[in-house]
Design a protein around this ligand. Sequence first.
Ligand SMILES: [Ca+2]
Length: 410
Amino acid sequence: MNPTTHAKSPAVTLPRPRLCVAIAIAMLSAACAVSPPAVEQSSPGNRPVTPAPTPPVSTNSVASPTVTTSPPRLVDSGIAPAASDDSEFANFGQWKAVSVFMDDMVARNGFTRAELEAVFNKTRLVNSAIQLMKPGPPGKPKNWAAYRARFVEPIRIKAGVKFWNTYADALARAEAQYGVPAEIIVGIIGVETVYGRNTGNFRVMDAITTLAFDYPNTPTREARMAFFRKELENTLLFARESNIDPFSLLGSYAGAIGWPQFMPSSIRQYGVDFDGDGKIDLRNSPIDAIGSVAHYLQIHGWKAGEPIVFPATLETDTSSENRWQAFIGQGLEAKFSLDELSAAGVVSKAAFDGYRQMKFGLVDLQNGTGPTEHWLGTDNFFAITKYNRSFFYAMSVVDLGREVRAARSQ
Ligand SMILES: [Ca+2]
């Protein structure tokens, strides 16, 4: 989900609404990507409108302690990071759509109009966020080998070994608690941000507000703006719940935050205070990032101890009549039995040897003009695609994690 990472990524294999940045287009990702489920936490907005029963009126002049039960307000620290250089004042507070949004936040979440106007009058429009969301030029054919080479390479592997050694205890604890292997957590954080190196320096308020109200003119513009307005709501709620200045949040051009590039809604739903300091901070706490990634995958279907993906070949002779083609592009889930796959000409000896009862999905990794690779993905493989809706992404995570583990054991 890292904007930087994604922006550079080659074509992705699936159409995506993305999680994070990924969204973007080109690529995008996680935690981001996932469209946020309904917010489950109780928020001030869900509190009863009726105030608590009024205590008996005191006849003396001592102030009643109950007078201080005002709802939490957004923090204005006055020391928020500077906006990015390519941003500009856009007077968002005067935009009609922003005004409608503010009214909605007042009605549903208990913000005051005044505090929201104060925020949007300081929010800036990020030109590069708009540019980066525009579709790229007609692409070359998707190329798994080229994509993989960007993410599974010596610099990232070396950084992964260092990361694993530094945070071995937290990784082991996350694996024990959530059932997600350390190497998968290591793979995701490496692909996302090269272990915290590329987390982005855009003010999240600026980036998300820009995309929520001035998304480029693409076929999916309305849906994308709705997505970012939901993220904007979550940004404001997260800041208020965490008692932090919303402008203190920094992230990618798409608003993805920290080492794992979580969108604000994902932080609120899946973020974990894994270092126990009382707050979820995915930008400054790699340990919180580790716990949050593992929790995210667990919630999205990771099954402890089960395999992830198996190499497969296809029978393209006349006897199978290429019936395997019916299993291409069948969504991001493992829903086919080995029996029905093999009847259609999909061969995977490793899967047949030990996992006859599992369900699989057929994964195709196109290699430009070269031959396409095929694999059988399990629920665990598809859990990774919930982080970023791309076969290329998920396979890169698996491969990087495995390479880091191998390098670490040498
Ligand atoms: Ca923490």
